[in-house]
Design a protein. Structure first.
Length: 134
């Protein structure tokens, strides 16, 4: 399992960012998948992210003020994947910190490194989209 962390200060309040950071918007902003379905279960929101030949259910929930999401079940390319989005006040806006741990399900040499590299790109695209929105 590999962990990736990226962060950036965005010129917006935590409340403004929280409103923008809904599960379907997060999936779209990462840039790898389309949103096929959204299921609000009350305690969590499950977004089915779809791409060529695959559907990946992602379960989003609030954990101690952070947005937490993970691959739900064993449908998808990961043995395990979980991500935290944390917001904290900063002098010029809000620091947005994205942390993701990922382990690829395929038995490839350096598979976890490849998955972490791809995940890093997705998280940076999310930060780019967030910054562009504000």
């Amino acid at each position: 399992m590999r962990e990736v962390t990226v962060d950036r200060v965005v010129d917006a309040t935590p409340a403004e960012l929280s409103e923008w950071l809904d599960p379907p918007t997060i999936v779209r902003a990462e840039g790898s998948f389309d949103v096929a379905e959204v299921d609000d279960r009350g305690d969590a929101v499950v977004v089915v992210a779809s791409g060529p030949g695959m559907a990946l259910p992602l379960r989003f929930e609030d954990r101690d003020g952070a947005i937490y999401y993970t691959q739900e079940g064993e449908q998808g390319p990961f043995e395990a994947m979980e991500t935290w989005i944390e917001l904290e006040d900063a002098p010029d806006g809000t620091r947005v910190r994205l942390r993701s741990s990922v382990s690829l399900a395929a038995p490839l040499p350096f598979g976890d490194r490849i998955a972490a590299w791809k995940r890093n790109g997705e998280l940076n695209r999310l930060l780019d989209a967030l910054e562009d929105a504000f």
